[in-house]
Design a protein around this ligand. Structure first.
Ligand SMILES: [Zn+2]
Length: 472
């Protein structure tokens, strides 16, 4: 299938150019004004073409709990999340579709799903997400979320010595499971990539990290994890290792140019230097960090140190949406208050670069994705500059990033396949998805988490928050 986008705006140094863009099969083959029309002609007049962004960290099945968890920090939030996690692979399928739809309609063409597995139905969970992503046609990077220590281990003890709480599945069994997931589902040519994705140092042993490194090396898989999302995790790393989490991950060999790390809020300058040296990628999830009170990640410092940065929405229970443009907007301007030198602030064009190229780089795909370049994969988003939210005519990228674009995405292609056409998802029935999400949920105003009730007192004590009040 070939097509040509005619008379479309693309960004160039110092402004924009109007060009034709030719796509043959899955790749961009020509970009120039006045091209011969090849295949279907797409009207690019008054539209802006950008490379697709990467939603570089999310957890799709959290969609079932969005808007529901009260404002509490990560350690309590996650206890409630897991008390009510979906247990049916069909729900996983539907929330993966929902995550993909919202990502696509806010400029994303790739999603990194750090996928929460249903205990006892792990393979079915991955199969459900893969099915959804293949049906809709988004490029999917699925990192089954694994750990080998129980949730309570993720909270500092307040003492030097600690013992890992046993987890229901052994380290060995978890690694065998990952091996099976890779064998069954890893098929980059079909747009499905499996990542190794231990949840983070807070709940994973060195043996689990070592097994993941081995799998990553054997099958050329990217590596993913949460890193120092909260102050509690920083404290925990000191308890567990006697050094920072970043130093420890470097020591055990987890950091690399295909390692992406979600959050990275509580890093020291020495940690930042390690990320730069190992060419690791930071995934910035600004809304989740605000929602959970985790803190403001030092993104300007990362940029100045030469650390690659991309954007993620994070799961829908800590955001509580999958609007990538919103995450990019907040994640760019949030840092202006952290540095008086406005020359360090992130410009709209830099935001686009981070969201597209930064995202691709963090997934070891910089050669294939992330820019409008001849020979690269046709993962493209066409924005309608006559959308009310992008008017009047000013600077297209300035308004796309700093404004509040609504219904601005006109068309999306992934691997040269059209997924969104004239603002509508063309590959799946979104009305049916709405119906299913409605039918499988109920209004829920007053639920109580048992686990939060059990751990809140300890959390408050160890974090120096004084007397525990009843959780409500
Ligand atoms: Zn996360």
């Amino acid at each position: 299938m070939s097509f040509t986008i005619q008379n479309v705006f693309i960004p160039v140094d110092g402004g924009y150019e109007t060009v034709d863009v030719q796509i043959e099969k899955d790749r961009i083959t020509k970009i120039a004004p006045g091209l011969e029309m090849l295949g279907k002609v797409v009207d690019g007049n008054n539209k802006l073409l950008l490379p697709g962004f990467v939603n570089a960290h999310t957890h799709s099945s959290e969609m079932w709990q969005r808007g529901l968890i009260p404002p509490v920090p990560l350690e309590l939030w996650i206890a409630e999340l897991y008390d009510f996690a979906p247990l049916d692979p069909e729900q996983v399928y539907l929330s993966a579709l929902g995550t993909a739809v919202e990502t696509l309609l806010s400029g994303g063409t790739s999603v990194v799903d750090h996928l929460v597995l249903i205990p006892g139905k792990e393979i079915e969970t991955v199969a459900a997400a893969v099915k959804a992503y293949q049906e809709i046609g988004i490029r999917a990077f699925i990192g089954p979320l694994i750990q080998d220590q129980a949730l309570a281990s993720g909270i500092p003890t307040g003492e030097v010595q600690r013992e890992a709480t046993p987890y229901f599945r052994s380290t060995q069994a978890t690694l065998e499971l990952m091996q099976e997931v890779v064998a069954q589902f890893h098929s980059p040519e079909a747009g499905v990539h499996i990542l190794v994705a231990p949840t983070g140092i807070q709940l994973c042993s060195d043996a689990l990290f070592a097994g993941c490194i081995e799998l990553s090396d054997r099958y050329n898989l990217c590596r993913h994890a949460h890193l120092l999302e909260t102050k509690a995790q920083k404290q925990l790393a000191q308890e567990k290792y006697g050094c920072s989490a970043v130093e420890h991950l470097k020591r055990i060999g987890y950091l690399s140019d295909r390692t992406s790390l979600a959050h990275c809020v509580w890093l020291s300058d020495a940690d930042i230097a390690i990320l730069a040296e190992t060419q690791s990628t930071v995934v910035h999830n600004p809304l989740s960090n605000l929602r959970l009170g985790s803190g403001i990640a030092p993104i300007l410092k990362y940029c100045q140190a030469g650390v690659n940065v991309s954007f993620g929405c994070d799961g829908s229970a800590s955001n509580d949406s999958q609007d990538l443009l919103e995450a990019i907007k907040i994640g760019s301007m949030l840092h202006n208050i952290t540095d008086f030198d406005y020359r360090h602030w992130i410009t709209p064009r830099q935001s686009v670069e981070m969201a597209a190229f930064g995202g691709a780089k963090g997934l070891n795909m910089a050669e294939e994705l992330g820019s409008l370049t001849k020979g690269k994969k046709a993962d493209l988003v066409l924005y309608d500059l006559t959308s009310l939210s992008l008017l009047p005519r000013t600077d297209p990228i300035g308004l796309l990033i700093l404004g509040r674009p609504t219904q601005a995405v006109n068309s999306v292609w992934v691997n040269g396949r059209q997924i969104v056409d004239n603002g509508e998802v063309a590959t799946v029935d979104v009305d049916e998805l709405r119906h299913n999400l409605f039918e499988r949920s109920q209004w829920d105003f007053n639920r109580q988490s048992k686990t939060v009730g059990e751990i809140e007192a300890h959390y408050r004590e160890v974090m120096g928050l004084g007397l525990a009040k009843e959780y409500s």
